[in-house]
Design a protein around this ligand. Structure first.
Ligand SMILES: [Zn+2]
Length: 302
C-alpha cells in the first residue's frame, strides 16, 4: 500500500492494471469517523479517466501524481458518479492549468448548482479546515440516458443508477465485466435518499445483476464481490417484507416512524449479523433507520 497524505493506492482491489483504486479516509469529520471513500482511475488506450474526485482538490492532485506516467499521449477525462461531497468536491483540481472535461448526469449539474449544495459547503468549511480549498465546480458534459467512452481497448458505458440519489450513475466496462457501482452498492448497506427513491433502488440493483458482472467495485466498504449486490438487494427485500407485515396490522404514526427499524423489528445488529469486519455504526445505524422509514412511507403512499 502506498501512502500519501491520506490518499492510498490499493492495488489488491483491482484485477486489471488499467483499473487503479484510490482510497481516502474521513478521519475527523463528525458522524463519519472510520469511513472511507474510493475513487478510480481507468487507463485506456486513448483516455485516462478519473472516476470521482474525493473530498478536495488536494486529494485529486495526489491521485494524478500516482498516474502521471500514463498521461502523455492520452486525453484526461473526469466522471462524477453523483454530486455528494465525498465524490465531487475535488472537481476544482480540473480547472485552470489542469482543465479537463467533467462528465456527469444532468441532475448532478443541477445539484452542484443548487443553493443547498453551496450552503452545505459553507457549513462544512466552517466546521472542518480540510475543506478550505474546495469550491463547487460543475460538470462540463452531461447526459440523461447513456454515454459511452470508447477508449480503444476498453469501453466505458455510463448509465443512470438512481436510488441513492437521482443523479447517481454507474460505469460498466464490458471487456472486463467490471461494474463501478459507486454508492448504489455498499458494505454493509446502501443508503436510499427518500421514499421516492425506493423503486429506483430496487431497479438499479436488479439491473446490476442482469449485467452479470465478474467484479463490482463500490465507493464505501472495500468490496470487489458481485455477491454484495445480491446481499444489498436481499436486505432491501427483507426491509420491504417486514414493512408489509407491519402495515397489514398497523399504520405507523409520525412518531413511530422516527424509530422505523424498531417498529418493523429489524435491528441493525440483525442486518449485520455474522459480519466480522469493523463497521462505522454511527452512520449505518442511521442509514438503516432512514431506509426503513423510506420504505414504509413508500408502501403507505402506494
Ligand atoms: Zn459516498
Amino acid at each position: 500500500m502506498l501512502t500519501t497524505d491520506g490518499v492510498f493506492f490499493i492495488p489488491e482491489m483491482s484485477a486489471d492494471p488499467r483499473v487503479r483504486v484510490f482510497r481516502r479516509n474521513f478521519n475527523g469529520i463528525e458522524g463519519f469517523d472510520g469511513m472511507e471513500v474510493d475513487a478510480y482511475v481507468v487507463i485506456t488506450k486513448r483516455y485516462v479517466v478519473v472516476f470521482d474526485t474525493l473530498l478536495r482538490p488536494e486529494d485529486v492532485s495526489i491521485m494524478i501524481q500516482m498516474v502521471e506516467d500514463q498521461l502523455p499521449g492520452r486525453q484526461l477525462l473526469v466522471v462524477n458518479s453523483h454530486a455528494d461531497w465525498d465524490h465531487s468536491w475535488g472537481n476544482a483540481y480540473f480547472t485552470g492549468e489542469h482543465a479537463a472535461p467533467i462528465i456527469a448526469h444532468d441532475l448532478c449539474l443541477t445539484r452542484l448548482q443548487s443553493e443547498e449544495a453551496h450552503k452545505e459547503l459553507l457549513d462544512y468549511q466552517k466546521r472542518y479546515p480540510v475543506f478550505q480549498n474546495v469550491s463547487l465546480v460543475t460538470p462540463t458534459i452531461t447526459f440523461d440516458q447513456h454515454l459511452t467512452i470508447h477508449g480503444g481497448d476498453l469501453t466505458i458505458e455510463l448509465l443512470p443508477a438512481p436510488g441513492h440519489h437521482p443523479d447517481h450513475i454507474a460505469a460498466w466496462l464490458p471487456e472486463l465485466r467490471l461494474l463501478l457501482a459507486f454508492d448504489a452498492v455498499e458494505k454493509p448497506i446502501p443508503f436510499m435518499e427518500n421514499a421516492e427513491a425506493v423503486p429506483s433502488m430496487f431497479a438499479t440493483l436488479e439491473h446490476f445483476l442482469a449485467l452479470q458482472p465478474k467484479q463490482v467495485l463500490c465507493s464505501h466498504g472495500k468490496s470487489t464481490k458481485v455477491e454484495l449486490v445480491e446481499e444489498n438487494l436481499s436486505y432491501f427485500r427483507e426491509v420491504e417484507r417486514r414493512s408489509r407485515d407491519l402495515l397489514q396490522k398497523h399504520r405507523p404514526t409520525q412518531d413511530e416512524l422516527e424509530h422505523a427499524s424498531e417498529i418493523i423489528h429489524y435491528s441493525f445488529d440483525e442486518v449485520i449479523a455474522g459480519s466480522t469486519v469493523p463497521i462505522d455504526r454511527t452512520f449505518y445505524v442511521w442509514a438503516h433507520d432512514m431506509n426503513v422509514r423510506s420504505l414504509l412511507q413508500w408502501l403507505m403512499k402506494n
